[in-house]
Design a protein around this ligand. Structure first.
Ligand code: ADP
Length: 190
C-alpha cells in the first residue's frame, strides 16, 4: 500500500488537488477536516467537542484524529493506497502514524507539500468562505489563528519528513491544472 501525505498551509488547495490525485492513483482520500465536519453535522459528542476547538482555529486532540485515521485504514479495501489530507498535523501525530504503519511493516511513501505564502492564504480562504460557508473561514481572527497554528505546530513536520528523505515541495501558485501537473510529476516517481 502507498501512503501519501498531502501537506501545506490552510487554503493551499489540498482539497481541490486531492480529488484528481485519488482518481489517477486509485487512492482513498482521508481528510481529517472533512471527517470532523461530518461528526459536527451529525451532532455526535465528538463533533460537539471538535466544533468548539475548530471554530477558534485550534487543533482537536491528537488521539481523536489518530483514532479516525486508524479506523479508515482498517475499513477501506480495494485501493492501492491512501491520501492523507490534514493529517499528520503535529509531531506526535507523525510519530503515531509511523507506529500505526509499523504494525504491518509499512511506512509513509512520500509527502507532497503544496506551498503558498501567508498573504495568499487569507485571500484564498476568504474566497472559499463565500462559496462553502465553513464556520472556521468566517473571520480574519480565526484564519490568523489557523495560520499561527500551522506555523507553530504543523511546520515542524517539514524537517521531520525532510530528514527521512520523504519531503517533496510543490509551488502552489498558478492555475489548478498547473499545480496538478507539478504534483503528478512528483507522484509518478513512486
Ligand atoms: P484547512 O486545511 O483549510 O486548515 P481542514 O479542513 O484540514 O482545513 O481542517 C479544519 C480544522 O479541523 C482544523 O483547523 C483543525 O481544527 C481540525 N483538524 C483537522 N485535521 C486535524 C488534525 N490532524 N489534528 C488536529 N486537528 C485537526
Amino acid at each position: 500500500m502507498k501512503y501519501y501525505i498531502l501537506f501545506g498551509p490552510p487554503g493551499a488547495g489540498k482539497g481541490t488537488q486531492a480529488t484528481a490525485m485519488v482518481e489517477k492513483y486509485n487512492l482513498h482520500h482521508i481528510s481529517t477536516g472533512a471527517l470532523l465536519r461530518k461528526e459536527i453535522a451529525a451532532g455526535t459528542e465528538l463533533g460537539l467537542q471538535a466544533k468548539a476547538l475548530i471554530e477558534k482555529g485550534c487543533l482537536v486532540p491528537d488521539e481523536v484524529v489518530e483514532g479516525m485515521i486508524e479506523s479508515e485504514f482498517n475499513s477501506v479495501k480495494g485501493v492501492d493506497g491512501f491520501l492523507l489530507d490534514g493529517f499528520p498535523r503535529t509531531l506526535p501525530q507523525a510519530d503515531a502514524l509511523d507506529a500505526m504503519l509499523a504494525k504491518t511493516s509499512e511506512e509513509v511513501t512520500a509527502t507532497v507539500s503544496i506551498m503558498i505564502p501567508d498573504e495568499m492564504i487569507m485571500e484564498r480562504i476568504k474566497g472559499r468562505a463565500l462559496k462553502e460557508g465553513r464556520a472556521d473561514d468566517a473571520s480574519e481572527d480565526i484564519i490568523n489563528n489557523r495560520i499561527a497554528t500551522y506555523h507553530n505546530q504543523t511546520e515542524p513536520l517539514i524537517e521531520y519528513y525532510t530528514e527521512k528523505g520523504k519531503y517533496n515541495e510543490i509551488d502552489g501558485i498558478g492555475t489548478i491544472e498547473e499545480v496538478r501537473n507539478r504534483i503528478f510529476a512528483v507522484m509518478d516517481e513512486f
